[in-house]
Design a protein around this ligand. Structure first.
Ligand SMILES: Cc1cc2nc3c(=O)[nH]c(=O)nc-3n(C[C@H](O)[C@H](O)[C@H](O)COP(=O)(O)OP(=O)(O)OC[C@H]3O[C@@H](n4cnc5c(N)ncnc54)[C@H](O)[C@@H]3O)c2cc1C
Length: 241
């Protein structure tokens, strides 16, 4: 898996693509050997830097959060071009965000995709949405000061509209931040979902990136994502028809 991503990053470099990669640590052997996983991450971060790209670390089930954040911090100490995903549904995330902010981190905030017990994650969607808005506001504040790269990984257009207003109020307009062309904040969405809105946002000056899963195993990957959270099936069906 590491060698595959190294080759992808080499292609990104050669073709000068404005592409970033996002990896799951369990794909890099986190369960088998966290030390080897860290070495792989360091190799990927170095190659991403050489390619003018960026390395994102996905967040998986809650049992991986501690190790994922530890490895993120270890790689971040050596490379600036690495970011991590935080999940708004986890009760621990406000504390995790505060702990990461002194690093001037790149954070992709998502609602969270796994089935977690209620003592670990907020069970009600409206509570998750509210938690997301608070966390995003905090991240935007730092991004407005040039002290974070804020990425909102969501298709929730109502939430995005609120965040854009909040950003305007903070002077964190897209395109004006310390992260160069990407501005103070960006929206990331999944490939094929809300495609028209992705274009509309981009046309309005909000940087939008599209996350694409690819390769020969995309179908099992996709089915696993659906199995993790049956509510996702509805989104997919709605999107198809
Ligand atoms: C770029 C990106 C990276 C992500 N990385 C992670 C990660 O590392 N770890 C993790 O746990 N989760 C990750 N997720 C998934 C995330 O946690 C949510 O499960 C997912 O984005 C759905 O939540 P939402 O914010 O879009 O809002 P929701 O409130 O769930 O959805 C808002 C609206 O968007 C539409 N919508 C949402 N999802 C879909 C869909 N799949 N198909 C069609 N329509 C849809 C629906 O109309 C819905 O009403 C990622 C999501 C994105 C976009």
């Amino acid at each position: 898996v590491r060698d595959h991503y190294l080759r992808v990053l080499e292609e990104i470099r050669q073709r000068q693509l404005p592409t970033e990669i996002s990896v799951k640590l369990t794909h890099l052997g986190l369960d088998l050997n966290p030390k080897a996983c860290l070495q792989d991450l360091l190799a990927l971060a170095a190659r991403a830097a050489a390619a003018g790209s960026f390395l994102w670390i996905d967040m998986e089930e809650s049992r991986y959060v501690d190790t994922t954040l530890e490895l993120f911090q270890a790689v971040r100490a050596a490379h600036t071009g690495v970011g991590v995903c935080l999940q708004a549904y986890l009760r621990r995330t406000p504390a995790d965000l505060e702990a990461l902010l002194p690093l001037a981190p790149a954070i992709r905030l998502v609602k969270g995709a796994y089935n977690e017990p209620p003592d670990v994650a907020l069970p009600k969607k409206r509570d998750v949405d509210a938690a997301y808005a608070v966390l995003a506001g905090r991240l935007l504040q730092r991004a407005a000061q040039g002290e974070a790269r804020a990425v909102f990984g969501t298709h929730d257009l109502h939430l995005i509209a609120r965040l854009r207003e909040r950003a305007l109020g903070l002077g964190a307009a897209p395109g004006g931040g310390a992260w160069g062309a990407w501005g103070a904040y960006e929206i990331h969405m999944l490939y094929g979902i809300r495609a028209a809105e992705q274009r509309a946002l981009q046309n309005e000056g909000v940087p939008v990136r599209v996350l694409i899963s690819y390769g020969t195993h995309w179908f099992p990957w996709y089915m696993r994502r659906l199995a993790e959270r049956p509510a996702n099936v509805w989104f997919v069906v709605r999107n198809l028809f």
